[in-house]
Design a protein around this ligand. Structure first.
Ligand code: GLN
Length: 503
């Protein structure tokens, strides 16, 4: 059943110093992100629009209802990466998972173009499934293009990351215009068409992806153990039993206190924790076990990073709308346009930031992934200082200048470039091969959790005020970054030189 065709690293066709497969994945992901972000930009607006809306009738929900669904949806989309990764590792490999995911996404966006409530829910469900299958696995495939220790890997991920943001930038610029001219469902339909382009690119590019992302089943491993067996092993050690019981009790408490949605979330987190412990036990060597621990610890930074960063779509977005003077040369810049700043900055600075790190590495200066991620979280945190200034200015003058927002988004973006593509690359270096896709899935689930955290933090601004929230985020993220810098030496030791041997 397993396809054992090996990738021929030496004779891969190259373009601009990278395998051509990178560009196939780049454009597939660009269109996928176009459809994802294009649709996401419409979602809340469509849910809250009433029959009198200029773009046509929406669902007429309250803002609270719409934001609640939005929060759960954006979390689930990434959490679905866990089953998506498992399906790739255990059943069909990454390459086919991406193909199936792309087809499901075409269907999902297509269904959303139909004007009916059933179509709305069905479409969202399909998009969750599709992204879950596509997103983690296409990212793992990027890593699969490079040999172990290939120094180009980090740069490859930075290029891939530009593709992601090119898709998001185009979508936020174009979809709004289409909706204004032809209505909501035309916007959803456009997302569907974009995904069809993505599917075509991917199918066309298969010849450049030979040996990348195929199902691997080594003869000595237990990776064909069923998911049920995986969970059955949970209770083998006392420690696992204790942790599982504690987490399940927390889940019950969360359910009781916060409602069934959070209860289910905690149950899910318990299951993931249990599964991580199971995988740890299943790993054969000390090196694999240590690297696995480093990976899980780095995910803490990931959750905190996205928990702060994702204020962009929520609290900072509302701040832009209600408290910022957006008039430039007599023209009031629409709030949504500020959402394009992040993607625009990524496209401008991605290669620059990657080159700075590459140069440091060549000069034998500190440039390990953990270090980059810690620096990234600090830079992003410092971006919130500008929002603190904005809040102070608002308190004084009744409106704050948009320059604060631009500076904040600039810092957030530079921070993102130090952590996000780096983390993707890091996972492909550190994760045990047979769990590679699953670990990528867990990473995206962590970012999804970060999104949820962002929502909760953002909501609390109505109790504490923006000034305190922005200041609190700055302090917390900078401290977390500094702690990780202090922990750098032991953490690097646990990676067993995975990055020192790169050339
Ligand atoms: N903006 C990036 C993307 O769309 C990161 C998303 C994430 O990691 N949650 O891929």
């Amino acid at each position: 059943m397993a396809n054992t065709k090996q990738i021929d690293f030496e004779n891969q066709p190259q373009l601009f110093g990278h395998p051509i497969g990178l560009y196939v994945l780049f454009f597939t992901e660009m269109w996928e992100r176009f459809s994802y972000y294009g649709m996401r930009a419409l979602l809340v607006l469509y849910m809250t629009a009433t029959t009198a809306h200029k773009n046509g009738a929406g669902l007429g929900w309250t803002e609270k209802e719409a934001l609640a669904l939005y929060g759960w949806y954006t979390m689930l989309v990434y959490v679905a990466s866990i089953p998506g990764g498992m399906i790739a590792d255990k059943l069909i490999g990454q390459k086919k998972s991406v193909l199936v995911g792309a087809i499901i996404l075409c269907l999902g966006h297509g269904v959303l173009a139909i004007e009916a409530v059933w179509a709305f829910y069905t479409g969202l469900g399909l998009v969750i499934l599709g992204v879950g299958l596509l997103k983690p696995n296409i990212s793992t495939m990027v890593g699969g293009l490079y040999k172990e220790g290939d120094i180009r890997r980090d740069k490859g991920f930075s290029i891939f990351y530009i593709g992601i943001n090119l898709g998001s930038l185009l979508a936020t610029l174009v979809v709004g215009l289409v909706v204004a001219a032809y209505g909501w469902h035309a916007g959803f339909g456009l997302a569907g068409i974009a995904m069809v382009f993505g599917l075509i690119v991917y199918i066309w590019g298969q010849k450049y992806l030979e040996g990348v992302g195929d199902l691997l089943i080594a003869s000595d491993d237990s990776s064909d153990a069923s998911v049920l067996q995986l969970f059955g092993n949970l209770f083998k050690s006392q420690l696992q039993l204790i942790v599982t019981v504690v987490l399940l009790s927390l889940s019950a408490y969360g359910w009781y206190l916060l409602g069934w949605g959070y209860g289910l979330l905690f149950v899910f987190l318990s299951a993931i924790t249990g599964m991580m412990m199971m995988i740890y036990q299943d790993l054969n060597s000390r090196v694999d076990k240590d690297r696995f621990i480093v990976l899980l610890l780095s995910f803490i930074m990931v959750i905190i990073f996205w928990g702060a960063f994702e204020q962009a779509g929520g609290l900072m977005n509302l701040y832009t709308e209600t408290k910022t003077n957006r008039v430039l040369f007599g023209w009031e810049i629409p709030t949504v346009m500020f959402q394009s700043l992040n993607a625009g900055f990524i496209i401008l600075f991605a290669t620059g930031v990657a080159s700075i790190w590459a140069t440091r590495k060549m000069n034998k200066k500190e440039a390990s992934s953990i270090f980059k991620m810690a620096i990234g979280i600090i830079i992003m945190g410092l971006g919130f200082v500008f929002m603190v200034f904005a809040a102070m200015e608002f308190d004084r003058d009744g409106a704050s200048s948009m320059i604060w927002l631009v500076l904040a988004y600039l810092f957030h973006t530079i921070g993102e470039l130090c952590i996000s593509p780096v983390a993707l690359s890091f996972i492909t270096k550190l994760a045990p091969v047979k769990y590679a896709s699953l670990m990528m899935g867990v990473y995206f689930a962590a970012t999804g959790l970060g999104n949820k955290v962002a929502g909760v933090v953002g909501e609390s601004a109505s109790d504490y005020g923006e000034y305190s929230i922005f200041l609190g985020i700055t302090a917390f993220t900078v401290i977390v970054g500094i702690i990780f810098i202090f922990l750098l030496k032991p953490l690097k030791r646990l990676t067993h030189g995975v990055e020192e041997m790169e050339k």
